[in-house]
Design a binder for this molecule. Structure first.
Ligand code: PMP
Length: 441
């Protein structure tokens, strides 16, 4: 039956369904960290819906929220009308935000995906500042949409924002292993800050004052690359001094994943806009932006969308946020994540294909390299994307779901649920080490 489904899917789906192509699994049941395929095989899931499932699959708290809401008779879909569930979700979310941000923050419910909220953040800051350009970073991932507004006819929807794709200036993201900026640490931060300031202040630098800077505190799809706290503080200083709103995309890093409830908490920076999705919906699609009241520039109707009020997602989201906070799962992610990262780092001697191990909390990246390749000026070896594909396949054979990412598609990304047990963490690493050894032999 599994083969039948896969065959039909392969024949009819475009290759855009990347997961369906790379994982020959037809999931039929799942609980916690375990996914069961139609063929009866069980897998430990280190992808967690690309970091969506903070509590793993079908957590009792999530199921109870679904059951309670369904039985309450609440309308499941009401566009963006105020509902008790939406109100409750907003309370639960604001209770998790850093105080100085929460006190001044507004929330806007967006279309259900992270990319919708990113669009909203870019559009809001462009409306608020009247500027057009955006500062972004190499290796960043913020979504896949572009252009729906540009092809919308209603003039009033378009007149207060610059149309079309933003003019983007890309700065190097700190990535010590392949150091586009020389070095990590304080020296790297100082160089990166000087570079950004010169670019922004040089009248011949070619960069008009931008509407926003957007960044991830830990790049996710970019290969689990954490930015140094000092770098984040410098980017905050530079943008604040120039009245450039800072958008922090917490779509993947949020809800405890990095070992703090929100990744901005590690560096203590206060963003102007936070973009949130994935785990805030507690398994169901939900995306919002939360932003400083100074940027509350939209008139009613300025940014609409049909699926902004999914009652079930509000309920599962609120239940998840409260559970993560109550059970201290961010702290747990920090502890387990540090242990897993340390053990992976220790494998580097025995397995020289492991070029770099990095991450924060339960957002861990293992970059695979060609150990026979030449060492570059940063001390890095060439990335090994084909090996990474073989390792992913070898992981699957050993009952482990792991996805690739990173700039060269050579980074194994571990995004287990925050509820991962110590024993599961060990099993994941046993299987992963065995898969790497096998695939690189
Ligand atoms: N921002 C970040 C940081 C992400 O990791 C992702 C998705 N991986 C997105 C935005 C886009 O979210 P979505 O796929 O839900 O559109």
């Amino acid at each position: 039956r599994a083969v039948g489904i896969l065959g039909r899917q392969r024949a009819r789906e475009s290759s855009a369904r990347t997961y369906a192509r790379s994982f020959p699994i037809v999931p039929v049941r799942a609980k916690g960290m375990t996914v069961e395929g139609a063929d009866g095989r069980r897998y430990l899931d280190c992808l967690s819906g690309a970091g969506t499932l903070a509590l793993g699959h079908n957590h009792p708290v999530v199921l109870e929220a679904v059951r309670r809401t369904m039985e309450s008779g609440a309308p499941l879909h009401v566009l963006d009308l105020a509902t008790p569930e939406k109100d409750d979700f907003t309370d639960a979310l604001f209770a998790t935000l850093p105080g100085e941000f929460a006190d001044r923050a507004r929330i806007h419910f967006c279309g259900p995906a992270g990319t919708d909220a990113v669009e909203a953040a870019l559009k809001l800051t462009r409306t608020a500042t009247g500027r057009r350009g955006v500062l972004a970073f190499t290796g960043a991932y913020h979504g896949m949409t572009a252009g729906a507004l540009a092809v919308t006819g209603r003039v009033s929807a378009r007149e207060r924002v610059a149309e079309g794709v933003a003019e983007v200036t890309r700065l190097p993201y700190p990535y010590p292993y392949r150091c586009p900026f020389g070095v990590g640490g304080e020296r790297g931060t100082a160089l990166a800050a000087t570079y950004a300031e010169r670019l922004l202040d040089d009248p011949a630098g070619g960069v008009a004052p931008p509407a926003a800077m957007i960044l991830e505190a830990v790049q996710g799809e970019g290969g689990a690359v954490p930015a140094p706290d000092s770098w984040l503080r410098e980017m905050r200083r530079i943008t604040a001094e120039r009245d450039i709103p800072l958008i922090v995309d917490e779509v993947q890093t949020g809800v405890g994943r990095t070992g703090a409830f929100w990744a901005v908490e590690h560096s203590g920076i206060t963003p102007d806009v936070m973009v949130m999705s994935k785990a805030i919906g507690g398994s169901l699609p939900l995306a919002v932006i939360v932003y400083d009241q100074d940027y509350d520039a939209w008139l009613p109707g300025a940014h609409t969308g049909t699926f902004r009020g999914n009652t079930l997602a509000m309920a599962t989201g609120a239940a998840t946020l409260r559970y993560v906070a109550r059970e201290g799962l961010a702290e747990r992610a920090a502890t387990v994540g540090a242990r897993m990262t340390a053990r992976l780092d220790g494998l580097r001697h025995a397995l020289p294909v492991i070029g770099d191990v990095r991450g924060r909390g339960l957002m861990i990246g293992v970059e695979l390299v060609d150990p026979a390749g030449p060492v570059d000026s940063c001390g890095a070896r060439p990335a090994a994307p084909e090996l990474a594909q073989r390792v992913r396949a070898a992981c699957l054979e050993r009952g482990l779901i792991i996805e690739l990412g990173g700039r060269f598609d050579a980074t194994l990304r571990l995004l287990p649920p925050l509820t991962i047990s110590d024993e599961q963490a060990e099993t994941v690493l046993d299987r992963l080490a065995d898969a790497i050894a096998h695939a690189s032999a």
